[in-house]
Design a protein around this ligand. Structure first.
Ligand SMILES: Nc1ncnc2c1ncn2[C@@H]1O[C@H](COP(=O)(O)OP(=O)(O)OP(=O)(O)O)[C@@H](O)[C@H]1O
Ligand SMILES: [Mg+2]
Length: 274
């Protein structure tokens, strides 16, 4: 665990950004957050809260969706990055793993991993060594390395997508909804790997997740996003104990476990900020 009392270097800083789709749909309404070096920071929130939009704003991937950052700034190591091409961002050490574990379906697992090294100039031997590093975290991928990615399981595709990001030797990974569509045991396995990559390789993570329960067990710090606004943030351990978070996001309250449906209808009515 990170020592929360220590001043940490901030890698990524988002200041009060606004994002609009199609010139009219205001989706992020003044989002600010910061990501310290060496930590796992979780960006939490339900369906449509704006998590993916935030990550895409950082990687400058909104244009193809007719989205635009209309206010605020995004800094990496103090430098404005919101106009950089994604490949330039990769060279600065920031890479995004997209929601829905995008792999090149017709390439093998190993070929997919190698595409992650495309911006590197440090030679074949270094890339080969990193391929072994990825296989050490994901032994399953080594077994499946000759398989066509499109025919591997959802879990294996998520592993391939994360492994491909690691092949760029990133300083920071923006990981969008790694738990999506995976069985609980597999979700746990993937988060364990994220944790060991964070601890052993020193990779910083900004993790978007609907699965608050799992994310808050692995992250150091969390932000909760609702309808395009951050409604709460704090050390993960504090958020886990917060009664509102327990009730609305962890499906628990002092009176016992609530059904998902109850939580959902509460969620629609409640107001975090009065
Ligand atoms: N290309 C787009 N054009 C218009 N609106 C969009 C577009 N992409 C997303 N939105 C809207 O922006 C809001 C935020 O979407 P976003 O995908 O960022 O949420 P999310 O928190 O990642 O949700 P999920 O957990 O379902 O992935 C939603 O209301 C969504 O309908
Ligand atoms: Mg999303």
């Amino acid at each position: 665990m990170l020592d929360s009392g220590r001043t940490q270097e901030t890698l990524l800083e988002i200041n009060n950004i606004e994002v609009i789709y199609n010139h009219v749909i205001l989706v992020l309404k003044g989002v600010s957050l910061s990501v310290p070096k060496g930590g796992i920071t979780a960006l939490l929130g339900g369906n449509g809260a704006g998590k993916t939009t935030t990550l895409k704003a950082i990687s400058n991937l909104l244009h193809s969706e007719r989205g635009e950052v209309t206010k605020g700034s995004i800094l990496y190591r103090g430098e404005k990055i919101q106009d950089l091409a994604p490949s330039d961002l990769v060279k600065k050490g920031v890479i995004q793993v997209m929601e829905g574990r995008h792999c090149f379906e017709h390439l093998t697992v190993e070929e997919n991993l190698l595409t992650g090294a495309y911006t590197r100039t440090d030679g074949k031997a270094a890339i080969q060594a990193d391929l072994e590093m990825v296989y050490s975290y994901f032994p399953r991928l080594k077994e499946r390395r000759k398989s066509q990615a499109g025919y591997t399981s959802g879990g294996e595709q998520q592993m391939t997508a994360i492994g491909r990001a690691l092949m760029s030797r990133p300083e920071t990974i923006l990981l969008d909804e790694p738990s999506m569509g995976l069985a609980p045991q597999l979700v746990e396995q993937i988060f364990e790997i994220v944790k060991s990559v964070n601890e052993n390789e020193g990779v910083t993570f900004l993790l978007a997740e609907q699965n608050t329960n799992v994310a808050l067990r692995y992250a150091h710090y969390g932000y909760i996003l609702e309808s395009g606004r951050i409604v709460m943030d704090g050390p993960a351990a504090d958020l886990r104990e917060n009664p509102d978070v327990k009730e609305f996001y962890l499906g628990m309250s002092d009176t016992g476990r609530k059904s998902f449906r109850d939580v959902r209808s509460y969620r629609r009515r409640k107001r975090w900020l009065s």
